[in-house]
Write a protein that binds this ligand. Structure first.
Ligand code: ZN
Length: 112
């Protein structure tokens, strides 16, 4: 059984391109660490490089009503851009803290 995140590489690349075009700040730190380095490769050598973060962890797909891990990994509303570093920190803490989607954040915060 492969990693569901990479089951559909073409879709994944499309999502990456869309996030890059939007230029959103990191959904985990809300941009506190600075802008995402969208042009860097996603790896530990560039802690602020761009990765796609699953808001609801793919490993808990049943809990969130998805049909499969792949469905969770491919649901646009379940994805947000994040720094490599923030994503790694979140994984270490198994996602106990509620994570606010950057997309929802923009809708909710109407003060500016
Ligand atoms: Zn971040």
């Amino acid at each position: 059984m492969g990693n569901p995140r990479y089951a559909n590489g073409a879709l994944r690349r499309k999502y990456r391109a869309r996030f890059r075009a939007m230029g959103c700040p990191c959904g985990i730190c809300q941009g506190r660490l600075g802008p995402i380095h969208y042009d860097e490769p996603s790896d530990a050598q560039h802690p602020l490089s761009f990765v796609i973060d699953e808001i609801r962890p793919v490993s808990r797909w049943r809990e969130f009503g998805y049909d499969s891990p792949r469905a969770a990994a491919e649901d646009w509303s379940n994805l947000q851009p994040a720094h490599y570093w923030c994503n790694a920190q979140k994984s270490n803490h198994t996602g106990d803290a509620p994570v606010v989607s950057v997309k929802n954040h923009f809708i909710r915060d109407g003060r500016w």
